[in-house]
Design a protein around this ligand. Structure first.
Ligand SMILES: [Zn+2]
Length: 563
């Protein structure tokens, strides 16, 4: 580990300006770059591992500034693609634990920065302030704002986050709106957020082709530039959404889908996919047109001097960890940015946004040794970044063969994690529940594992497991409404109706005031052929909350299925 590494006779993209230094030597010791200079003028330690650099280019490790880390077994996917830093935008304690393990060299993965749990509902200013304080105290780096944050608490939330030194990132909260978000200095997690709110003010979540007005691009870009915020574009994510909505079959045949865990792939398939079959023709037309419009927006933002960052929204809605960052770089170049500008969005721009410009994002002495060695010159052709000869993360060098074997091991690691949990639930549900908290922070695997356990052991096992957990581990994520709900849908997708209904009924019992729980039970009953049951529970859901998320759909269903 402590053996120095020297990249010999290599071309370097330092990324401090648009330049390429030929015939250089770069020395790395103890995780840092210690020397950079022309061949013959840099002293190479006698015991150094010498890596051939001729014909190759050394550039800083890449950053994905918009990910959702779903499972520890996906972390190597970032590294094998040269993504050495990720910004996780909906954090849980497990993410902080993984970060610690990566830093200590006990887990292989990119450096992790993380927002705390997302602000995804309206609350009082005092509650928002308390949540910010808890996020800061837990050690997260940022607050993540979502659409629902209200006018009243937004200023309090922002002020508290600033006073705690937290980064501020997210969607445009709809009630405060675009202008307030810019005035607050909140950075943006998607280009599409600008489309929805700056081009379509006052219209909440309603897509309209008229909003895509190119004449407004320069003024909007200027406003974003003046505010000083950074923008993560996620063009590749929006492109993937458009593809899933229009031609899911082709999307699922993509070359890297197989590296997603089976339980995430299941959520992308027809029936479970959240974009396929969900939009009417007008919305589909909007989405299809909004994708190239965002490419034009990206170019306008770049021309106006807005710091742009590469982000992908991997992993659970389509983009595949690591691979998608290369797609994003190529999207930026297709949008009209130069390869240098695209690379800046993946290196120095995130480092500046994270307020750590001296620490990473450049090839320079003193920087953390996060480096990519690629074949060819990415400044001439951005696709050369994919031609990895090796990756160095915090001084740890992995050559091309090493990257290939890391990648080849990923699908088996996903499968082993799942199989281990299935086995644990049969013998020791409390330990299995804790493991889920540690290895399934977003609750995506738990449902799938329990579905398997119930299919093997019968529907009754679910109630017994929950009763044990309630006694032994009341904080278990499995006791959460969301996790139970997801489990029900996982079972429904397998057409395991008896098990699905057992789960939905239990969630309704545990969360008797939840309209969403009643809605899920109603859907399960309707899909299993029990129309009167569906009617009763959709009505109950509307009684509990006439304006709940799926209320309009529920009314439509009730109209179509009268007594
Ligand atoms: Zn996201």
């Amino acid at each position: 580990m402590d053996r120095p590494v020297a990249f010999m006779d290599v071309a370097v993209l330092p990324m401090d300006s648009e330049r390429r230094l030929e015939h250089q030597v770069v020395v790395v010791q103890a995780g840092r770059i210690t020397a950079l200079g022309p061949l013959g003028r840099v002293r190479v330690p006698r015991n150094a591992l010498r890596v051939r650099g001729a014909g190759r280019t050394l550039l800083p490790g890449l950053t994905d500034t918009h990910v959702h880390l779903a499972t520890p077994t996906e972390l190597p996917l970032y590294l094998v693609n040269g993504v050495t830093t990720v910004f996780n935008l909906d954090g849980r304690p497990a993410h902080l634990h993984w970060r610690q393990q990566v830093e200590e060299g006990r887990r292989l993965g990119p450096r992790i920065l993380s927002a705390g749990p997302t602000f995804s509902e309206a609350m009082t200013p005092a509650a928002a302030k308390a949540k910010v304080d808890a996020i800061a105290a837990a050690g997260y780096d940022a607050v993540k704002i979502y659409n629902q944050v209200g006018r009243e608490e937004y200023p309090a939330l922002i002020a508290e986050a600033k006073s705690k030194g937290l980064l501020i990132m997210g969607h445009v909260p709809r009630k405060p709106g675009f202008e307030a978000t810019m005035a607050a200095g909140q950075s943006l997690a998607h280009a599409e957020e600008i489309v929805y709110t700056a081009f379509n003010p006052g219209v909440e979540e309603t897509f309209g082709l008229a909003a895509l007005d190119e004449a407004k691009l320069p003024a909007v870009a200027r406003r974003v530039a003046e505010s000083g915020v950074s923008v993560t574009l996620t063009l590749t994510c929006f492109h993937d959404i458009d593809r899933q909505a229009r031609d899911l079959d082709a999307f699922l045949k993509g070359p890297n889908i197989g590296y997603l865990p089976a339980w995430i792939q299941a959520g992308l398939r027809p029936g479970a996919n959240r974009y396929h079959g969900r939009y009417n023709p007008t919305d589909l037309a909007f989405i299809h047109a909004a994708y190239p419009f965002q490419a034009k927006l990206a170019k306008a933002l770049s021309d106006a001097g807005v710091p742009l960052m590469t982000g992908t929204d991997a992993t659970n809605i389509g983009p595949v960890a690591g691979f998608s960052l290369h797609q994003e770089l190529e999207e930026l170049v297709a949008a009209g940015l130069t390869p240098f500008q695209a690379l800046r969005a993946a290196t120095t721009a995130p480092a500046a946004y994270f307020r750590r410009p001296g620490e990473f994002g450049m090839v320079a002495p003193g920087q953390r040794a996060d480096l990519l060695l690629v074949d060819g010159d990415p400044l001439k052709d951005i696709r050369r970044v994919r031609a990895l000869e090796g990756v160095m993360a915090k001084g740890r060098w992995t050559d091309k063969a090493g990257l290939a074997s890391l990648l080849a091991a990923v699908p088996a690691a996903h499968a082993a994690l799942r199989a281990g949990l299935v086995a644990d639930f049969a013998t020791d549900p409390v330990t299995a529940g804790r493991r889920l908290g540690e290895e399934d922070p977003l609750g995506l695997l738990g449902g799938d594992v329990l579905a398997e356990v119930m299919t093997r052991e019968g529907a009754g096992v679910y109630g017994r497991i929950l009763d044990v957990l309630r006694q032994a581990d009341p904080a278990s994520p499995l006791l959460k409404e969301e996790v139970g709900n997801n489990l029900g849908y996982a079972l429904l997708q397998r057409r395991a109706f008896t098990q699905a209904l057992a789960v939905f009924r239990r969630v309704c019992t545990d969360f008797p005031r939840s309209a969403n729980a009643e809605d899920s039970l109603a859907e399960g009953l309707a899909k299993s052929g029990d129309v009167p049951g569906g009617r009763a529970h959709y009505r109950r859901a509307l009684e509990l909350d006439p304006a709940y998320g799926n209320a309009a759909e529920a009314r439509k269903w009730l109209e179509a299925h009268p007594d």
